[in-house]
Ligand binder design. Structure first.
Ligand code: ZN
Length: 156
């Protein structure tokens, strides 16, 4: 595995352990060339998914991209990083179990929103506002008025 900091290909695994309820292996890696430390995850790739965008363009499904957009919506929210990993893995498993290799981006967005709504309302609204690409403030306010997340949890 190439070091993301200096490009050295000869990095070492310092620690491997199961993660996300044994769906992934988390490896802590060390680069002897620059002293950099990084983490990789190993997962079963059940199938190669293709995202079909609303304009008809197709691109390979990118788990990291999905994870980034979820993390952005959860910025500064009191949510464990491990929980985000679990959520993203859950979404990927669901996509993989749908039995189709081509998945409309709209459908992925809806699954993400459904999961976010169950975890954190603020993150859900952030993601939804980007995802739905609201043009007018009025649209966004209408959407907020309709917002009833499934299984709302009382504030701890
Ligand atoms: Zn390095």
């Amino acid at each position: 595995m190439r070091c993301p900091f200096c490009g050295n290909v000869d990095t070492q695994v310092k620690d491997s352990r199961p993660a996300e309820d044994h769906v992934a292996i988390r490896r802590r890696r060390f680069c002897p060339a620059c002293g950099g430390r990084f983490t990789t995850y190993e997962r079963v790739q059940l199938r190669d998914l293709v995202v079909v965008k609303s304009n008809g363009r197709r691109e390979d499904f990118d788990r990291d991209k999905l994870e980034r957009s979820v993390r952005i919506s959860m910025q500064k929210r009191p949510i464990e990083p491990e929980r985000i990993d679990q959520m993203v893995s859950g979404i990927v498993r669901r996509l993989e179990s749908m039995g189709e290799t081509d998945i409309p981006s709209k459908q992925i967005g809806e699954i993400v929103m459904e999961r976010l709504a169950a975890i954190d309302t603020v993150a859900y609204v952030r993601f939804a506002s980007v995802y739905k690409n609201f043009q007018a403030t009025d649209d966004f306010e209408d959407f907020l008025a309709e917002l009833v997340p499934p299984n709302p949890k009382p504030e701890a």
